[in-house]
Design a binder for this molecule. Structure first.
Ligand code: FNR
Length: 399
């Protein structure tokens, strides 16, 4: 325990320095984020689509899978390393693309990228970002991937891909599960449409109490200029797209298989297709040139009622048959979850909310704390399982 707290307090965060050290589990960071963020922002991170059936199923799937440990086995050293798309990662957990991270914490994208880099893993920058591709690259030494969305049309996407290439991002993530936005009822009830997409003040008034109830967040947000425009979606005039204008271009965001061809032509690095839930889509992704697929239901934020990602994983692993790398995301909150996914054939997992809660709780220090919690969980779980390396995990360790 003392080791965990020391590693967190060594983090160079200023105002938030001591806060995340008190978090023992990701749930603690979630509660801290709930105390710091306005309801509308916290629910944006925490919520899912419709009745949140898939959101809850993602967690439940991990809870119902049980371990088969090998007892009376000494594990003096644990190896958490994995290799993803030709690069060694210190732990099998990548930071998933999370849109509008700047709402969760000022400079949220760079803060998360820096924490990932210090932990020896990958940060995936969402297209929906208030910080420029080049700014993220300049501020962090680690591996970066860019998640491209067709919001703004093909021209805007090509320009962003070119910039990511020039900045040295090493992989491109193409998300295929978002032809339109999921029906996030919490967002609608909290007035996201009025607060974010409306220029007029009057419709915002019934929802403003949420911001006023979190003066520290509000002062920070205000001091840093409010909601930045989408720096990597250039509008036809050439400037960054203001956030209140994206409502009108949402219809352009559908990505179809044919798009993979021109994306392939303007990006010569690896392509990761995110949002695969069936063996058929996994085969198609490989056919279109994907080097990796992410089994994902977008954290239960898109089509409610699809199965938990962990349940879809074995079908995809079987269909891929070693021809591409398979990762998964959705519901990862503990190191035991990561281990279970690896046992079912994932090379690594992405986490979204687990680090976003840390970001909401305490900026970079909170993301670092989330990663420290997962790392220490992973090490302990391997020892308890009697397995010395994540590379040696297989189905025989789970029921
Ligand atoms: C996301 N996710 C996401 N995915 C994506 O491809 N592009 C994006 O811009 C976003 N934005 C986004 C915002 C927020 C607030 C969340 C929580 C998630 C989905 C994300 O990459 C990932 O698939 C899920 O978060 C995984 O589920 P968990 O780890 O949050 O349970």
């Amino acid at each position: 325990m003392s080791k965990i707290i020391t590693s967190a307090t060594n983090i160079t965060g200023k105002r938030h320095r001591t806060l995340p050290a008190r978090a023992i589990a990701i749930e603690d960071l979630r509660l801290m984020a709930r105390r710091r963020l306005p309801k509308v922002v916290f629910d944006y991170v925490d919520g899912g689509a419709d009745a949140e059936v898939t959101l809850n199923a993602n967690r439940a799937a991990f809870d119902t899978l049980t371990f088969r440990p090998r007892h009376a086995v000494a594990v003096p050293q644990c190896n958490l390393q994995t290799r993803v798309l030709g690069r060694d990662l210190a732990l099998p957990v990548l930071l998933a693309p999370v849109a509008y991270s700047g709402l969760i914490h000022t400079g949220g994208e760079l803060a998360a990228a820096q924490a990932a880099s210090k932990a020896g893993t990958v940060y995936i920058l969402s297209t929906l970002s208030g910080q420029r591709i080049e700014e993220i690259r300049a501020g962090c030494a680690g591996s970066l991937w860019y998640q491209v969305s067709l919001l703004g049309g093909r021209e805007a996407a090509e320009a962003a891909i070119e910039r990511a290439k020039n900045a040295g991002f090493s992989a491109l993530v193409v998300t295929i599960d978002s032809p339109t936005n999921g029906n996030r009822e919490r967002d609608l009830r909290n007035g996201v449409l009025e607060l974010v997409f409306q220029d007029r003040l009057l419709p915002k008034i019934p929802f403003l109490w949420q911001l006023l109830a979190r003066p520290t967040w509000l002062a920070d947000f205000w001091r840093n200029g409010g909601m930045p425009p989408l720096q990597n979606v250039l509008s036809p005039g050439g400037g960054p797209t203001p956030i209140n204008k994206i409502g009108s271009i949402l219809t352009y965001q559908v990505t179809v298989w044919e798009d993979l061809r021109w994306i392939r032509a303007c990006w010569n690095g690896p392509i990761v297709v995110k949002g695969v839930l069936t063996g058929d889509d996994a085969r198609r992704a490989i056919y279109e040139g994907a080097g990796a697929v992410v089994v994902s239901n977008h954290g239960g934020r898109q089509l409610d009622g699809v199965q938990a990602s962990l349940r879809a994983l074995p079908e995809v692993v079987a269909a891929v048959n070693g021809e591409a790398e398979v990762m998964m995301d959705g519901g990862v909150r503990r190191g035991t979850d990561v281990i279970k996914a690896i046992c079912l054939g994932a090379r690594a997992v992405l986490c979204g909310r687990a680090y976003a809660y840390g970001l909401g709780a305490a900026g970079e220090a909170g993301v670092a704390r989330a990663l420290a919690i997962l790392r220490s969980d992973l090490d302990r779980t391997l020892r308890l399982l009697g397995c010395e390396s994540t590379a040696m995990l297989d189905r025989s360790y789970v029921d």
